[in-house]
Design a protein around this ligand. Sequence first.
Ligand SMILES: NC(=O)C1=CN([C@@H]2O[C@H](COP(=O)(O)OP(=O)(O)OC[C@H]3O[C@@H](n4cnc5c(N)ncnc54)[C@H](OP(=O)(O)O)[C@@H]3O)[C@@H](O)[C@H]2O)C=CC1
Ligand SMILES: O=C(O)C(O)[C@H](O)[C@H](O)CO
Length: 335
Amino acid sequence: MATGPTRWGVIGAGQISNDWVNAAQTLPKEEHVILAVAARNPDSAATFAKEHDIPKAHKSYEDLFKDPEVDVVYIGTLHTEHIRQVKQALDYGKHVLCEKPLAMNVKETKELVEYARKKKLFFMEAIWSRFFPAYQKLKEELAKGTIGEVYSVLVTMGIQFPEDNWRRDKKNGGGTVLDMGTYATQFASLVFKDLKPVKILGGGHLNNSGADDSSSSTIIYPNGKTATLLTHGGVNLPNEALVIGTKGTMKLRNPFWCATTLETPDGVLEYELPKTDKVMNFWNCTGLSYQVKEVRRCLLAGLTESPEMSLDETLLLAELRESIRKQIGVEYPQD
Ligand SMILES: NC(=O)C1=CN([C@@H]2O[C@H](COP(=O)(O)OP(=O)(O)OC[C@H]3O[C@@H](n4cnc5c(N)ncnc54)[C@H](OP(=O)(O)O)[C@@H]3O)[C@@H](O)[C@H]2O)C=CC1
Ligand SMILES: O=C(O)C(O)[C@H](O)[C@H](O)CO
């Protein structure tokens, strides 16, 4: 791979893997090749491979991890499964990009971070938001002091999921804090990156499975700064992220976790996404290609972590989520 394309193996033939592969395939073939896929059911991997023009369909996840031609594995499975799958991929010497949330709780997240660091392989939680051009621009404007001293972050993420969606089922890792709180907390953490939270307040409602159906939380940072976050699985919220300073406000939207619009005091900036004619499951998902590019950039530079989404930050997000959802009363079997 030193000179050739990055050769990807994908595990999980579900919804996000569909979007991720379609997004990665918008990139030049000289840089990224989706070489292999594996699923729990070999027939499902074969069908996925055919649909996406992927040369190899392996009979098991382990067969894919063993494939010497695969440089890096993308894990697109439910987060209840990540702990075992990430470790096995690393054991076979693969670099790993793993879907968010990286794991079920702080304990699992720490275990994975330490494991990857010991192996000295590239490892990243797939917080794709960070690599959107609108995020890069927001960071530039924050660094320039465009809105002065920032005191407040306000984020809402709410999507009306059907009752039978796994996101509402605790045994499948459901709960809005794990699903949407990952995005909300990464935004707070991006803005207040140099500050250690002094207090985390959380509340919300549980559904019948014992997962949270809504959350309302405030992260108190030092020096009068706060981030207020709402998540909801039963109603659509504005899905915007605001950052408010002494000289004005900036807002990411459309929606904030894969933003194509940035409002600044000087005007509204719109960003076009890469195009595909493939069927996508989730909003703005050709934007997954930005993080795919980041992984190659890091591999070529010999980095084992992305400076934009470090493993320390992944740990912090896990801690924030755990504190919030435990205050709501969500306990997972993995805790
Ligand atoms: N970055 C983003 O924009 C998004 C990220 N996500 C994240 O991606 C992950 C997958 O979500 P999504 O694709 O929507 O989910 P899917 O329901 O489509 O499931 C994905 C895959 O997970 C595996 N899986 C599903 N159920 C089980 C189970 N009960 N036991 C073991 N494995 C199971 C299957 O793998 P197999 O095919 O091998 O059977 C399945 O194809 C989640 O962690 C989610 O948070 C989800 C949506 C968007
Ligand atoms: O990661 C995601 O984007 C999610 O799983 C969301 O909760 C949602 O489905 C939005 O697309």
